[in-house]
Design a protein around this ligand. Structure first.
Ligand code: DX5
Ligand code: ZN
Length: 225
């Protein structure tokens, strides 16, 4: 169902912010190749996280792909600062009051790969005009704003819908991913699994990464992906 092997993207939101460099290194040493960075502006969502300076500080200490998830009202304004800071992939919400084409253009012009995000209650049909230009689509399995929420399984049907619409890029899921829900999402076609609490909340991050990936990989194989 998906041409991509399942990949885990730990979310730095759940890391210990008193020692970010070693938190980044902990997952990179576990074999992780994509780090998920949750950017919240206190307006699009009720929480505030971090901005481009933090991404720029971490860039020299990691070779991982920085997968930046913009939960902001004005992605057109922030795409370039985050790309310049070292974000490789930049996604923004369909629900943001912006011109998605202009934001995609800006992300591409900055040399980053564009993605779009839909909240659990937003249908994927609104993404149709943009799909051919997107590197990834992120399907939220919680309402954005906070880590540690419960997985909303019903959103998984969106992956088959996106493939039916002809989308050939990466299918990402974000929110409440653990060993069990990773399997459910991978079976439905997700190949990029964001995991915050289940990785950074675990005593043994390496084991958490391996267990989640193994669970997703066997589910994807079982579903013919
Ligand atoms: C939610 C964020 C998620 C979140 C994931 O707004 O976009 O990336 O941090 O954390 P867990 O895996 O703990 O749900
Ligand atoms: Zn996220």
């Amino acid at each position: 169902m998906t041409p991509y092997a399942p990949t885990i993207a730990p979310s730095l939101l759940s890391a210990d912010f008193t020692r970010l460099a070693s938190e980044v290194a902990a997952v990179e040493q576990a074999g992780v190749s994509v780090l998920h960075l949750d950017v919240m502006d206190g307006h699009f969502v009720p929480n505030i996280t971090f901005g481009p300076p933090l991404v720029a500080s971490l860039r020299p200490v990691s070779k991982m792909v920085f997968d930046t998830h913009l939960m902001v009202t004005d992605p057109l304004k922030y795409a370039e600062p985050f790309a310049k800071a070292g974000s490789d992939w930049i996604s923004f919400h369909l629900e943001a009051p912006c011109d998605p084409s202009a934001v995609i253009d800006r992300i591409v012009a900055c040399g980053a790969k564009p993605g779009m995000v839909v909240n659990p209650d937003t249908p994927v049909s609104g993404l149709r005009p943009y799909l051919s230009r997107l590197h990834h689509v992120l399907v939220m399995s919680v309402f954005p704003g906070f880590g540690g929420q419960k997985f909303i399984g019903g959103v998984c049907a969106k992956f088959a819908e996106l493939r039916d619409m002809g989308f050939e890029g990466r299918l990402e899921i974000d929110g409440g991913i653990n060993v069990e829900t990773a399997a459910e999402a991978a079976r439905a076609g997700a190949d990029l699994l964001v995991a915050g609490n289940s990785v950074y909340g675990a005593k043994d991050r390496t084991k958490a990464v391996r267990d989640i990936l193994a669970s997703a990989a066997s589910a994807a194989v079982a579903s013919g992906g």
